[in-house]
Design a protein around this ligand. Sequence first.
Ligand code: UT7
Length: 332
Amino acid sequence: MSKLSAAITAVGGYVPEFKMTNKMLEDLVDTNDEWITTRTGIKERRILKEKGAGTSYMAIKAAEDLIKKRGIDPSEIDLILVGTATPDTLVASTAAYVASEIGATNAFAFDLLAACSSFLFGMSTAASFIESGKYKKVLLIGADKMSSIIDYTDRTTCIIFGDGAGAALFEPNEEGLGLQDEYLRSDGSGRSYLSMNAGGSIMPATEETVKDKQHFIFQEGRTVFKFAVSNMADAAANIMERNDLTDKDVDWLVAHQANKRIIDATANRMGIEDEKVLMNIERYGNTTSATLPLVLSDYESQLKKGDNIVFAAFGGGFTWGSIYLKWAYNSK
Ligand code: UT7
């Protein structure tokens, strides 16, 4: 019997209706459309406005989109992973709630926290459960309601982030398609450059932490940018070298949508043409754990069976890496 590999067999996505444009941000902070567009590539981002709705609201919708497209019964799903930096609540797993709401009655479920690399690391986790032969259907969701931790008076962060969710189903494949190789890394010395300081075990919530705006995301943009450019590009170049992939062999780059300049630098380092670089940052901004699956969901119709895709991401922690995957289906 040939070796089992873990293939993506369906994708789904969801973004909220409300569009926050660069123009709208001009009314909130001292910024302008030209600065945001040239420095980040972002034109608008989606914001979840529904009262009382958290990250699970979007994760459920992305999962339902996938389930409908793939035509499976949710009770067939063995495991649900939710990659997120903004779980519904601390302690109770968001994934467990998502599983119940979509009717995945036979699944176990847990959250995976690796900031903007959550989905990338989740791909490795999902694939391992499939490759071991233990499970047949693993649903990986990347979802974040970044607007819940953004200070809309801070121009250095509020222009970047948006809300959204994407999902991918992993199943066994005997044709050699699916995940081929991975290069994943982390460096905890970078945690102070991109963080939310309060609300965790080091600094529990107090009146002071709220007053000091410590429950919002903080980012030292320039430092993160420097690390993101070099590490994401190095990881993607490394994956290509290890697998003897030339620029001609790579069909698509699916990179974390944090900043168009970081994606361009990665593509440049890989030596690939612009047409192979899949981007939707101009419409959604940085949706943290949801960027990679939302790219897959938006461009699904262009992906062909056997296509070589290089994934790359960089995020808080620091966490980063690259994955080489062979696409397993032609969409209908
Ligand atoms: O997803 C997880 C990983 N995160 C990332 O990968 C994000 C990485 N960082 C970035 O994408 C970029 O650093 C930013 C988009 C956050 C900022 O772009 P930058 O080119 O690094 O700008 P900067 O922070 O070096 O600031 C340049 C100037 C500063 O003014 P001075 O000091 O030169 O006078 C800022 O005060 O731009 C100013 N500035 C702004 N101006 C207009 C900062 N934010 C804004 C703004 N509008 N929103």
